[in-house]
Ligand binder design. Structure first.
Ligand SMILES: Nc1nc2c(ncn2[C@@H]2O[C@H](COP(=O)(O)OP(=O)(O)O)[C@@H](O)[C@H]2O)c(=O)[nH]1
Ligand SMILES: [Mg+2]
Length: 443
């Protein structure tokens, strides 16, 4: 996420390296670089200028103070505070009230509305204990209704639809009635978008909004579109005066401009970010955590939260016991992999660990690595999975045939598994394991 912005800001701070204090001269130089970084990340020039002017003022206020912090660090702190401010300060959170609560989702076609609608339903269901109902109001393409239906099924949330009707406002009103009768406490209305802003779409979304009086209207925008995203956000807000923005596709190669400037330009907070196609890849937006990420400090809080969500204490105890007895087997390994996969895409997870994002930026990590390992394990017999020590050469050859890999690959994996197992066993003997585990549990 935002790697090139992170790198170029890092270079800006480097200009202060070796200096004993902030001076007018080195401040000016760093500011110039920071501004260039922001403009390079597709932040509008006017915002970049105003932002850096503030930083300059702050920095000048501290100049010539020979503090215990290095000037580079001081500058990072100043930029961090201003960045948090620029993105809205506090996390905005979602507002669901009324019975049912009504959430309206708006945005251009392809921005990620349907995907987000389902993710939000899943989020409200699993984390807020709501009972959501999804509503298919994209009536123009039958495929759109199917798409929402499939997503709804995958998260076990019902989808209200009327394939014969071409009146989205009427469908949404019926859905709200249906929710009242059947005990759904929140209704999420997915709407149609157009490829670009046009009168018909704006009229329709305005009509839906005034018909159903949502208590939360969210505007979904593809962060890959940079400044365009900000312009679209402004145009929609002029028409429907929404409550918050959802930034999607932050897992892609986005530059950061939208995240940094949408609050300033539109005056509405970013409420959620979406980082993938899986249902779990939705996060509340926290300006402070985002600033940390942009500044290359990682986001360890989110990482630990995600780990905790998947953390099953009973399962952990069971695994711990097995490791202690050196009985950790391939089935356990598959189970652990499944847990990690649920947390989201591997590369974006790793990048939350401070310092790791930078080191990994050119490394290709994807779920394919999992697929290979899974196929190897799946070609083992149940007995072999439980007793890795059985795996001799002829068994390995058979496994390689079974999964369509060569023996070398199978060998490599088993070797690595073996090393990992030994290492875990050694760790478990002291109180190391306990300490490692309590890091996850204690918070
Ligand atoms: N990588 C990535 N793809 C996404 C994300 N959100 C949506 N998509 C994909 O973007 C495409 C359009 O999404 P969709 O929800 O159908 O957009 P809609 O037209 O606004 O309803 C689909 O292929 C989604 O799988 C995201 O956060 N990251
Ligand atoms: Mg859609």
């Amino acid at each position: 996420m935002f790697q090139s912005l992170t790198d170029s800001l890092d270079n800006a701070f480097k200009t202060l390296r070796g200096d004993a204090r902030l001076t007018e001269l080195n401040i000016a130089e760093a500011i110039k670089e920071i501004r260039r970084s922001l403009v390079g990340a597709d932040v509008n020039y006017k915002i970049a200028k105003e932002f850096t002017d503030k930083i300059k003022e702050e920095a000048l206020g501290t100049k010539n103070v020979l503090a215990s912090v290095k000037p580079g660090e001081l500058m990072i702190k100043i930029v961090q505070d201003e960045m948090i401010d620029l993105m809205g300060g506090q996390a905005a959170g979602i507002n669901i009230k009324g019975n049912p609560g009504v959430v309206l989702i708006a945005g251009l076609q392809g921005s990620g509305k349907t995907t987000f609608s389902a993710k939000l339903a899943n989020f409200l269901k699993t984390k807020r204990k709501h009972k959501p109902l999804l509503v298919a109001c994209d009536v123009y393409r039958p495929a759109a209704i199917d798409q929402l239906t499939v997503l709804g099924e995958s998260i076990n949330v019902p989808v209200f639809k009327e394939p014969e009707s071409k009146d989205p406002a009427a469908i949404a009103l019926k859905a709200i009635e249906h929710a009242k009768v059947h005990g759904f406490d929140v209704v999420i209305v997915d709407t149609a978008g157009r490829l670009a802003i046009d009168e018909t779409m704006m009229t329709e979304i305005r009509e839906i909004k005034s018909a159903i009086q949502p208590n939360e209207t969210l505007f979904v925008v593809d962060s890959m579109t940079g400044q365009d995203a900000v312009n679209t956000a402004k145009a929609f807000n002029d028409v429907i005066d929404y409550d918050g923005v959802v930034l999607t596709k932050l897992d892609g190669d986005t530059r950061g401009g939208a995240a940094l400037s949408v609050k300033y330009t539109v005056g509405k907070p970013i409420k959620f970010v979406s980082t993938g196609e899986k249902m779990e890849t939705i996060d509340l937006f926290y300006p402070d955590r985002m600033a940390q990420r942009i500044l290359g400090m990682g986001d360890i809080v989110t990482f630990v939260e995600k780990a905790q969500e998947q953390f099953d204490e009973k399962e952990a105890k069971r695994i711990e016991k097995k490791i202690k007895k050196n009985k950790f087997d391939f089935n356990d390994f598959l189970g652990q992999m499944a847990q990690i996969k649920k947390m989201g895409d591997l590369k974006s997870l790793m990048s939350m660990i401070p310092g790791v994002g930078k080191a990994m930026k050119d490394v290709e990590i994807d779920d394919k690595a999992f697929v290979k390992i899974e196929s190897i394990i799946q070609s083992m017999t149940p007995e072999e999975r439980e007793r890795p020590e059985l795996l001799n050469m002829s068994r390995k050859t058979r496994i390689a045939k079974g999964c369509g890999r060569n023996v070398h690959e199978v060998n490599m994996f088993i070797k690595q598994f073996d090393q990992m197992r030994k290492m875990m066993h050694t760790l478990s003997k002291g109180d190391n394991m306990q300490r490692m585990m309590s890091q996850f549990k204690g918070r």
